[in-house]
Ligand binder design. Structure first.
Ligand code: SF4
Length: 290
């Protein structure tokens, strides 16, 4: 057996059709059923909220999520830009088509058959692309023979309030906290609070943005386990954000954010990139491993 043949025999074959089917299911599920960690965080928020109008908003958010799940209807009219994180094992061979096209087709089918609003348009023409594609697909090659797909429909209102900044290294952790707080305060009611705040620190400008978005995939309220400085910062920021008084739907109250999640990686000696990705209370993501 040649070395090429022996390599072929160890590859696991996954059909493009099964990728398409998985992506379709993930986007329909993500848009109609919030994950249990989000529901639990909203219930905890309801117990803590003191403002009567804030409590009313949280009750409606929970009731809306329940109705959407029962009726398999979108939780929000904004069914999002289709963001995907795909981890492909180096021992996987996708057969019968191209991986990216298989993913795009899954998005198309989900938004057509799931009656989800198509929210994508040309940035200058503003003409709708008609099928909610192209999707934003982040592909990572990883060890193993599995294919992990995470689907994240991202609403425009919260994405609009997200931002990134190149801080000076001297700004340090205090500069990062100040930047996050300023961003949340400036966002006010726009990102549909209560929000979840993803913070990405380090890497390059684009890597910080990716870290901030990936931080939103962490179960709500779970703290950073790799670095105590980050978990302390997450706690402190959550307290300070909730002291801003923006409240549920921006109508005033104690609960402006359900969680702050931060991720970090080394950066250039001359830089301190920081990104803040804001997620609204419709915190949607689903994943599958093929
Ligand atoms: S930001 Fe979230 S809750 Fe607000 S409209 Fe968009 S998807 Fe819906």
């Amino acid at each position: 057996m040649t070395s090429e043949n022996s390599q072929k025999s160890t590859l696991r074959r996954i059909s493009a059709k099964s990728v398409t089917a998985a992506v379709k299911t993930l986007f329909i599920e993500a848009n109609t059923a919030l994950n249990p960690d989000v529901i639990s965080a909203l219930r905890r928020a309801l117990k803590k909220e003191e403002s009567p109008i804030g409590r009313q908003v949280l009750e409606k958010i929970l009731e809306n999520a329940w109705i959407a799940r029962q009726a398999v209807m979108p939780i929000c009219q904004d069914t999002g830009l289709a963001v995907l994180f795909v981890e492909i094992g180096q021992d996987v061979h996708v057969t019968g088509g191209d991986l990216r096209e298989a993913v795009r087709e899954g998005v198309r089918q989900a938004y057509a058959d799931g009656y989800l609003r198509k929210s994508l348009c040309g940035p200058l023409t503003r003409a709708n692309t008609g099928d909610n594609t192209p999707a934003v697909i982040h592909v990572d090659m990883v060890p193993g023979d599995r294919l992990k797909i995470t689907a994240m429909p991202k609403g425009g209102g919260s994405e609009n309030m997200s931002t990134a900044r190149m801080l000076t290294p001297a700004a340090g952790i205090e500069g990062i906290k100040k930047f996050v707080l300023e961003t949340v305060e400036a966002a006010g009611a726009n990102p549909c609070p209560p929000i979840i705040v993803g913070v990405g620190i380090g890497g390059s400008l684009e890597q910080a943005c990716l870290l901030a978005k990936k931080a939103l995939l962490r179960p709500v309220g779970k703290k950073n386990k790799t670095d105590k400085r980050l978990s302390r910062m997450e706690n402190e920021l959550l307290e300070k954000i909730n002291a801003l008084g923006i409240g549920p739907a921006g109508l005033g109250g104690r609960i402006t954010a359900l969680a702050v999640s931060a991720e970090m990686m080394p950066c250039h000696i001359a830089s301190l990139p920081v990104a803040v990705n804001i997620q609204c209370h419709v915190a949607r993501h689903k994943e599958v491993i093929l």
